[in-house]
Design a protein. Structure first.
Length: 57
């Protein structure tokens, strides 16, 4: 029937839109895989750094 066809078309449209929203919110798989192979540094970025400029006798 025509009603059933329209209902099916609307449901497919809603499903397509939901899929796009979900995919937009999830990071790409290659980004996740890349980040899994990155080692974190041993030194904190916010760690204070003490430099020795000159030493006088």
């Amino acid at each position: 029937s025509r009603t059933r066809t329209l209902l099916r078309e609307h449901l497919l449209l809603i499903q397509d839109r939901l899929t796009k929203v979900v995919n937009r919110r999830q990071p790409a798989k290659h980004t996740i895989q890349l980040l899994q192979h990155v080692d974190s540094p041993d030194v904190s970025v916010n760690e204070p750094r003490i430099d020795k400029i000159a030493e006088f006798p």
